[in-house]
Design a protein around this ligand. Sequence first.
Ligand code: NAD
Ligand code: MG
Length: 410
Amino acid sequence: MQKASVIAPEAAPRAFAHEGRRRISVLGATGSVGTSTLDLIARHSDAFEVEVVTAQKNAAALAELALRHGAHLAVIGDEQAYAELRARLAGSGIEAAAGATALIEAASRPVDCVMAAIVGAAGLRPTFAAARAARRVALANKECLVSAGAVFMSAIKASGAELVPVDSEHSAALQAIGGHDPKSIERIVLTASGGPFRTWSDAEIATATPEQAARHPNWSMGPKITVDSATLMNKCLELIEAYHLFPVDADQLAVVVHPQSIVHCLVEFADGSVVAQMANPDMRTPIALSLAWPARMAAPTARLDLIRLGALTFEAPDEKRFPALGLARRTLELGGTAGAVLNAANEVAVEAFLERRIPFPAIAALAGAALEEAARTGQIREPVDLDDVIAADEEGRALARGLLRRYIVS
Ligand code: NAD
Ligand code: MG
């Protein structure tokens, strides 16, 4: 089957062909990516206006963002927080709503761009809604591509929406590929910082705490992706994300550890050329690109000073100490709903680790065990639609919860 991809040189970018300010909805507005997006939009208020902002629980933070950015609608996922949201927006003229259905309706508003920055599989339905209604989906929610892969890419294709990745490595790949013939791509190499435990021994990693996992050396991000970066599950998810976004096979994807997080991705071409994208690690650069693409807009990221940096270093990833990385290969080999199972099991495992119920190495072990259990019991199949993906996500969660007790420390 011909894979859909975001690289389609024959299709000239159609989005934003109109004059006037572009209307943007920010899903997951209170998060790390959400607030960076709103920060950029505020710096370019002549070019953008905010339609919708959403969050899950924090009504105070959501109301504050809605008021500051003049949003038209603010939606809180947690219905218990609705009264507070309404009270805080009273008299502002900003609409308020709550609940899972309201989130989907909000994501379905026809806008120029939806920033899909909800964390985890919780973002699936709203991101699919955005794919149907928006001219462009700026995709931060990598779990959507990992879980729904081909189903999501066909939803994008069917609606004619533009998909622009926000993840820094995939933003970098998009730029490196540029107008080159996709057939001339030999490999896409994602860089990984290596996370806070890059130089730790097995014994040290075995006792790593949530506080230690939270100390990412280069990036400031939400709690879940920060743990994913420590296990290198983040890079595993990103390999799967890259597989779905770009016109390459699984064996054309690789990872190199680059502790400075300056080079974000390298694309190797048939003639031996390697095109890389560099920037200081600040999500406002890839977010700006996702809003302005194929143009560029100013972002306040500190300028790169290679002379001051002096050296960029690269090393091989160690799958023995970081077995999560190898799960990408296995997931792509199994195909179908394997991504949904892996992602769901990882979410269960990360939560259990943050609650101090399982040790750090159990995160990758549990995710891998759930994946193998799903394969062994014949639960992996080709999903036909989003409901099927969500059913597989639930199966993955159930498998992981069932296996969890094996890893629980008393
Ligand atoms: P975060 O935890 O800082 O923010 C998550 C946002 O999602 C919040 O607004 C929260 O209210 C909302 N949310 C949480 N649970 C929800 C639910 N059940 N229903 C609806 N909304 C919910 O996360 P983040 O770091 O901003 O990451 C967001 C997404 O972007 C993730 O998928 C992550 O992998 C991806 N991403 C983040 C970064 C980064 O630098 N932070 C980089 C690349 C990709
Ligand atoms: Mg990334």
